[in-house]
Ligand binder design. Structure first.
Ligand code: BTN
Length: 139
């Protein structure tokens, strides 16, 4: 009986450790701390393609789902970068970050730069915003 308990415990610990040490992969559905959603596919070369629906906007325009493209490294906890070309405004956002694992699953820690268009080069200095988002995988 005690042997069976030890065996079950060992198997449990092994599966937790296998899960934590498994390769992070961006393929799947994600939601960030602002409530934005994205669906991503990563091919064998690390090319990322996907779509992004932001929950917030710098404009009053109707939010549209927008495409994203980028690259993911192939390491265990890979760094990545992708660009979202917004379909409802002349803004581009680039995200860069790293995929981590915790007890609940995969987490993406990102930093972004959002560039707004200006008709006047004098305004260049104030056209770029920076921020951070954490993405959690949707099962
Ligand atoms: C815009 O309204 O200017 C385009 C959409 C910008 C949404 C930004 S991108 C960074 C941040 N993270 C999100 O999920 N949404 C905002």
């Amino acid at each position: 009986m005690r042997m069976k308990m030890y065996l079950a415990l060992a198997l449990g610990l092994l599966s937790i450790s296998l899960c934590i040490n498994a390769k992070c992969d961006l393929t799947g559905q994600w939601q960030n701390d602002l409530g934005s959603n994205m669906t991503v596919y990563v091919d064998k070369n690390g090319l990322i393609v996907g779509k992004y629906r932001t929950a917030v906007s710098t404009t009053n325009k109707t939010i549209l789902e927008s495409p994203l493209v980028g690259y993911q490294q192939s390491s265990v906890l890979p760094t990545f970068g992708f660009t979202v070309m917004w379909q409802f405004t002349n803004v581009i956002t680039v995200f860069t970050g790293q995929c981590f694992r915790n007890e609940t699953g995969q987490v993406l820690q990102t930093t972004w730069l959002l560039r707004e268009e200006s008709s006047d080069a004098q305004h260049n200095w104030m056209q770029t915003r920076v921020g951070f988002n954490v993405f959690y995988q949707i099962p």
